[in-house]
Design a protein around this ligand. Structure first.
Ligand SMILES: [Zn+2]
Length: 59
């Protein structure tokens, strides 16, 4: 089994972590940072364009 993860980076506190794409809101919806609670669109937390693509692909 090869599980896919989206790599996340908080634009405020620079925390980095990973989530399964199915556990995240759609890229256009609000998402709160695990570390500092900042709310942004999920797309703004994806670390690279590839992570954004993975998020879109699995939703
Ligand atoms: Zn944060």
């Amino acid at each position: 089994m090869n599980e896919t993860f989206v790599r996340l980076l908080c634009p405020e506190c620079r925390k980095t972590w990973e989530r399964k794409p199915g556990d995240l809101p759609a890229h256009t919806e609000a998402f709160a940072c695990d570390g500092c609670g900042t709310e942004r669109r999920t797309a703004e937390f994806t670390r690279t364009d590839r992570d954004l693509d993975v998020l879109k692909q699995f939703q």
